[in-house]
Design a protein around this ligand. Structure first.
Ligand code: GLC
Length: 568
């Protein structure tokens, strides 16, 4: 264990600042609010925090459109508040990584305002400009990827919204300016960055047009209605055809190496984790990003034992093949995806049990776990069906496209837009069963509606002293992970690979063999485990029974049980 870096042993917790805790009573989360909750986070047992963007932003994309990389959004506080937050977090043993959006800025960033002002200004080449759209590329949010700017009589490229122009990373001055911003935060003491949308930084230099046979709104609509395997395969093919030329262009690996070199100038093993699943961004395992997310694990409608085993086999083989051996990074949810409690509740009656089994999965697989705020109390999606209340621009635009272009009935359009909206998984954190779940004062409207299920026990206060709560399940499992070294450092070896109902694997170091059994079914299983030299499972954690030991020759696993045991 002692040779592992902090980010290999850490459990990460993602904070969505707008929705976490409102310290000044304006209905929007802020640093004062986060500071007040640091004791809660320390008690939860997590080691590191990832903050979604906290920078000044016009908020077309909820902070992912940044207008100043070296400041704090006024609604979240000041730089002094940020410094205080960082100091208190560090004093509690919590590391902090920030969100770094490299691909694009806000169209209100001074760099862009200058760039678009004329064709001969000093920043004229900081963004990607053409006299006319050179191809049919699309914005992944809506419409064309090229927007005309009358000031220069030219159009600029944007993979996301037109309010998020892509920076021209082939211009060394852009790199210089962005690395200055990176150093600004590193100098202040932040522990690293989550890199937003890495794959979008470089495009196909030949500007090859896309060949998808439909518009983006039509494709989204097709995705909603595709149910047969043939249609689902076709849907994937269309998505690929539509965007493949705008992603993963040449230059990215050199850029990541360059950024890594900046981080490595600093003491303390500062971290880079990429929002991408491509292991290639780890370079040789030690010279580009430290981590990329294992998104293929979460890209499934059913979290089944077969899917998990196949994912691990592929993923770990890829990591192991890197010259410096890569380190994994597992997650099931974030601010862009449906909440895990909702998404994997394939058996609605047992949603709570499945949420526990899935949590245990993330905390016992090989690799660094990332949890998303609210998962620990079982927050669920809240689908907003009043289009006027949507804050996710992607969804408001989709609503408009459904009505205007596809002539869909407004009630259905609202339901579809609400369901695709990321607002559903960004609602305020539920602290109590008081008004607005204790997120903000009773008389203030929160920026997004609070999920009314806070009243039914889905809140921190109701769960913190209840030994049987999901919150205490998280706390206990994080604690077990800390106490059982093989769960962090051990190799992964699957067992019973032909079974449907449960996942079984070993995590092994020279000193310790740990068995993990995760029962994804509502049935009891009687198992016989043949592990050379081992006869007994000494229970470290069981969600079903308080027994000390079980025999490997005849071990019963209860319905939806999570069992972690050291083998002796
Ligand atoms: C990333 C973020 C997402 C954002 C997008 C554009 O995917 O996670 O929330 O909309 O990048 O910055």
């Amino acid at each position: 264990m002692s040779t592992l870096k902090w980010w290999q042993t850490a459990v990460f917790y993602q904070i969505y600042p707008r929705s976490f805790a409102d310290g000044n009573g304006d209905g929007i989360g802020d640093f004062q609010g986060i500071i007040e909750k640091l004791d809660y986070l320390a008690e939860l047992g997590v080691d590191a925090l990832w903050l979604s963007p906290h920078f000044p932003s016009p908020n077309w994309d909820c902070g992912y459109d940044i207008s100043d990389y070296c400041d704090v959004a006024p609604e979240y506080g000041t730089l002094a508040d940020f410094r205080r937050f960082l100091a208190v977090a560090h004093s509690r043993g919590l590391r902090v990584i920030l969100d770094l959006v490299l691909n694009h800025t806000s169209d209100q960033h001074p760099w862009f305002l200058e760039s678009k002002s004329s064709r001969d200004n000093p920043k004229a080449d900081w963004y990607i400009w053409y006299d006319a759209p050179p191809n049919n590329w699309q914005s992944c949010f809506d419409g064309d990827a090229w927007t005309y700017a009358p000031e220069r009589h030219q159009c600029y490229y944007h993979y996301f919204m037109k309010q998020q122009p892509d920076l021209n990373w082939r211009n060394p001055a852009v790199k210089q300016a962005m690395w200055d911003a990176v150093r600004f935060w590193l100098d202040m003491g932040v522990d690293g960055f989550r890199l937003d949308a890495v794959g979008t930084i470089f495009e196909d230099p030949d500007l090859t047009p896309h060949t998808a046979p439909l518009t983006l709104a039509e494709l989204r609509r097709f995705s909603e209605t595709a149910t047969t395997p043939e249609d689902k395969a076709l849907e994937q093919k269309y998505w690929r055809e539509m965007f493949q030329n705008q992603l993963g262009g040449p230059g990215l690996h050199a850029l990541m190496k360059d950024l890594r070199a900046v981080l490595d100038e600093y003491p303390g093993d500062r971290l880079l984790v990429g929002e991408d699943d491509d292991i290639a961004y780890l370079g040789d395992g030690a010279d580009e990003l430290h981590l990329v997310f294992n998104f293929p694990l979460m890209r499934t409608e059913r979290m089944t034992p077969a899917h998990i085993r196949q994912n691990q086999a592929e993923r770990l083989a890829q990591l192991d093949a890197l010259p410096a051996r890569g380190w994994g990074c597992n997650t099931l949810g974030n601010h862009d995806t449906s909440r895990i409690f909702t998404r994997y509740a394939t058996d609605a009656e047992h949603a709570a049990e499945l949420a526990r089994v899935n949590t245990a999965l993330i905390l016992t697989l090989r690799g660094t776990p990332f949890l998303y705020n609210g998962e620990e109390i079982g927050m669920t999606d809240l689908i907003i069906t009043d289009p006027g209340k949507l804050r996710d621009t992607m969804a408001t635009w989709y609503y408009a496209a459904l009505i205007n272009d596809l002539k869909i009935d407004p009630v259905e359009a609202a339901a579809r837009a609400g369901a695709m909206s990321r607002d559903k998984n960004r609602t305020p954190m539920q602290w109590t069963d008081q008004p607005h779940a204790g997120f903000c004062p009773a008389g203030t409207a929160p920026w997004l509606p609070v999920n009314p299920n806070d009243a039914g026990g889905i809140n921190v206060r109701a769960q913190e002293d209840d030994p049987g709560s999901l919150l205490n399940f998280y706390r206990r499992l994080i604690e077990v992970r800390r106490q059982v070294p093989a769960l962090v450092a051990g190799e992964y070896r699957p067992l019973h690979e032909a079974t449907d109902g449960y996942v079984a694997f070993l995590r092994t170091t020279d000193a310790q063999t740990v068995l993990v059994l995760l029962n994804y079914s509502n049935a009891r299983h009687e198992l016989r485990l043949d592990v050379p030299g081992k006869r007994t499972a000494r229970v470290c954690f069981s969600s079903a029974r308080n027994d000390g030991e079980r025999s490997l020759v005849s071990l019963s696993l209860e319905a939806y049980e999570v069992l972690i045991a050291e083998l002796i």
